[in-house]
Design a protein. Sequence first.
Length: 243
Amino acid sequence: MTAPLSPPRLLPSGDAAITVEFGRNIDDLTNRRVLALDRALADAPIEGVTETVPTYRSLLVHYDPVRIGFDELGARLTTLARLPVPPATGSRRWRIPVAYGGEHGIDLEDVARTLNTTPNDIVARHVAGDYRVAMIGFTPGFSYLSGLDDSLQMPRRQNPRLLTPAGSISIGGLQTGIQCLAGPSGWHLIGRTAVRTYQLHRDPVFLLEPGDAVTFYAIDGRQFVEQDRAAARGEFVAELVTP
């Protein structure tokens, strides 16, 4: 029988939420524990829990203090969090098109120079990766992906940009990301996708979910324009390989 895992830290977050912290570092094992607890609460809801928000290394659990207290909820969360993490089964897998470089990825050449290689090599390494959505955050639909090849990891920009394009595909530290909405960013922009990971009047509003697997493939500028029009009409554009 698999031994129970180490208990997480329980941190009060105001008077109606608990942060269940599994670690201080970003790694897949910690993130799998976060998502396992989130799934456990979805499958067997605890009376009084109103919302959960998974991150890389913690789960924020909102609750109604009139219906359940901090101590009781904390004890139940600790018990669930120490259970063995079930193997990942039935994860959805998405193929996402990306127009790399040029106007769509203005940092690609700089990234290549910094890593002492060519833009084509950066693209080849990036599309060869097998990624997993670790969390959604910062702005609606912004997807943080783990699984970036060690050879592509690099510090974030020293001078963040105040505005970067919607759909930017970028590298920041040991992560790669899919930015849905235009906004500030200190990551390196290597490409752009027409895929809307968030679209308010579409069903579903959010396309990707934590735990989903993602791979990328390269397209040209003409394909990007065609796909962008399709995405504006509400089409997914991304290909769902495994439901």
